[in-house]
Design a binder for this molecule. Sequence first.
Ligand SMILES: [Zn+2]
Length: 105
Amino acid sequence: MSAIRLRKSDQVVAVGGRDAGKKGKVLKILPNRYRAIVEGICMVTEHQRPTRDNPKGGVIRREGTVHLSNLMLVCPRCAKPTRISHTILADGSKKRTCKRCKEII
Ligand SMILES: [Zn+2]
Protein backbone atom coordinates (compact mmCIF):
# COMPACT_ATOMS: atom_id res chain seq x y z
CA MET A 1 0.00 0.00 0.00
CA SER A 2 1.48 3.30 -1.00
CA ALA A 3 1.48 6.34 1.23
CA ILE A 4 -1.57 8.52 1.33
CA ARG A 5 -0.80 11.66 -0.57
CA LEU A 6 -4.17 13.34 -0.42
CA ARG A 7 -5.49 15.55 2.32
CA LYS A 8 -8.76 16.98 3.38
CA SER A 9 -9.81 19.98 1.23
CA ASP A 10 -7.67 18.93 -1.72
CA GLN A 11 -9.26 19.31 -5.13
CA VAL A 12 -9.27 15.97 -6.85
CA VAL A 13 -10.50 14.41 -10.06
CA ALA A 14 -11.88 10.89 -10.34
CA VAL A 15 -9.87 8.78 -12.76
CA GLY A 16 -11.84 5.59 -12.59
CA GLY A 17 -15.30 4.28 -12.00
CA ARG A 18 -18.55 5.77 -13.15
CA ASP A 19 -17.62 9.28 -12.04
CA ALA A 20 -14.38 9.40 -14.02
CA GLY A 21 -13.58 12.96 -14.98
CA LYS A 22 -15.59 14.58 -12.22
CA LYS A 23 -13.89 16.98 -9.88
CA GLY A 24 -14.56 17.61 -6.26
CA LYS A 25 -13.15 18.53 -2.90
CA VAL A 26 -11.96 15.92 -0.44
CA LEU A 27 -14.28 15.99 2.55
CA LYS A 28 -12.67 13.21 4.49
CA ILE A 29 -9.85 10.71 4.24
CA LEU A 30 -10.38 7.22 5.62
CA PRO A 31 -6.77 6.08 5.98
CA ASN A 32 -7.53 2.64 7.34
CA ARG A 33 -9.60 1.77 4.33
CA TYR A 34 -7.47 3.71 1.87
CA ARG A 35 -10.56 5.56 0.73
CA ALA A 36 -11.88 9.09 0.70
CA ILE A 37 -15.18 10.90 0.65
CA VAL A 38 -15.25 13.49 -2.10
CA GLU A 39 -17.87 16.15 -2.64
CA GLY A 40 -20.18 15.16 -5.50
CA ILE A 41 -18.32 12.00 -6.43
CA CYS A 42 -19.64 8.49 -6.02
CA MET A 43 -23.05 9.63 -4.81
CA VAL A 44 -25.12 6.87 -3.32
CA THR A 45 -28.80 6.75 -2.63
CA GLU A 46 -29.85 5.71 0.78
CA HIS A 47 -33.36 4.77 1.71
CA GLN A 48 -34.48 5.69 5.15
CA ARG A 49 -37.08 3.87 7.10
CA PRO A 50 -40.01 5.89 8.32
CA THR A 51 -39.44 7.24 11.80
CA ARG A 52 -41.54 9.32 14.11
CA ASP A 53 -39.76 12.47 13.01
CA ASN A 54 -39.94 11.53 9.38
CA PRO A 55 -43.05 9.34 9.00
CA LYS A 56 -42.77 8.92 5.26
CA GLY A 57 -39.19 7.76 5.32
CA GLY A 58 -37.33 8.90 2.31
CA VAL A 59 -34.40 8.81 0.06
CA ILE A 60 -31.25 10.74 0.71
CA ARG A 61 -28.29 11.25 -1.52
CA ARG A 62 -24.89 11.31 0.01
CA GLU A 63 -21.30 10.78 -0.94
CA GLY A 64 -20.00 7.25 -0.84
CA THR A 65 -16.37 6.38 -0.45
CA VAL A 66 -13.90 6.31 -3.31
CA HIS A 67 -10.74 4.26 -3.34
CA LEU A 68 -7.74 6.55 -3.28
CA SER A 69 -6.30 4.90 -6.37
CA ASN A 70 -9.27 6.29 -8.28
CA LEU A 71 -8.46 9.86 -7.35
CA MET A 72 -5.87 12.24 -8.64
CA LEU A 73 -4.94 15.54 -7.08
CA VAL A 74 -5.70 18.65 -9.08
CA CYS A 75 -2.75 20.94 -8.56
CA PRO A 76 -3.88 24.30 -7.23
CA ARG A 77 -0.99 26.00 -9.04
CA CYS A 78 -1.26 24.65 -12.56
CA ALA A 79 -4.88 23.42 -12.27
CA LYS A 80 -4.11 20.06 -13.85
CA PRO A 81 -4.48 16.55 -12.48
CA THR A 82 -1.07 15.59 -11.30
CA ARG A 83 0.97 13.16 -9.33
CA ILE A 84 2.68 14.30 -6.19
CA SER A 85 6.18 13.88 -5.03
CA HIS A 86 7.49 14.57 -1.61
CA THR A 87 10.42 16.87 -1.23
CA ILE A 88 12.43 17.23 1.91
CA LEU A 89 13.45 20.82 2.43
CA ALA A 90 16.73 21.99 3.87
CA ASP A 91 15.13 22.43 7.28
CA GLY A 92 13.97 18.82 7.26
CA SER A 93 10.29 19.49 6.67
CA LYS A 94 8.47 17.47 4.08
CA LYS A 95 6.51 19.20 1.36
CA ARG A 96 4.32 17.92 -1.39
CA THR A 97 5.26 19.08 -4.85
CA CYS A 98 3.43 18.86 -8.14
CA LYS A 99 5.18 16.62 -10.65
CA ARG A 100 4.08 18.88 -13.49
CA CYS A 101 4.94 22.37 -12.38
CA LYS A 102 7.25 21.48 -9.46
CA GLU A 103 5.49 23.94 -7.20
CA ILE A 104 4.96 23.20 -3.56
CA ILE A 105 1.32 22.38 -2.93
ZN1 LIG B 1 1.21 21.94 -10.69
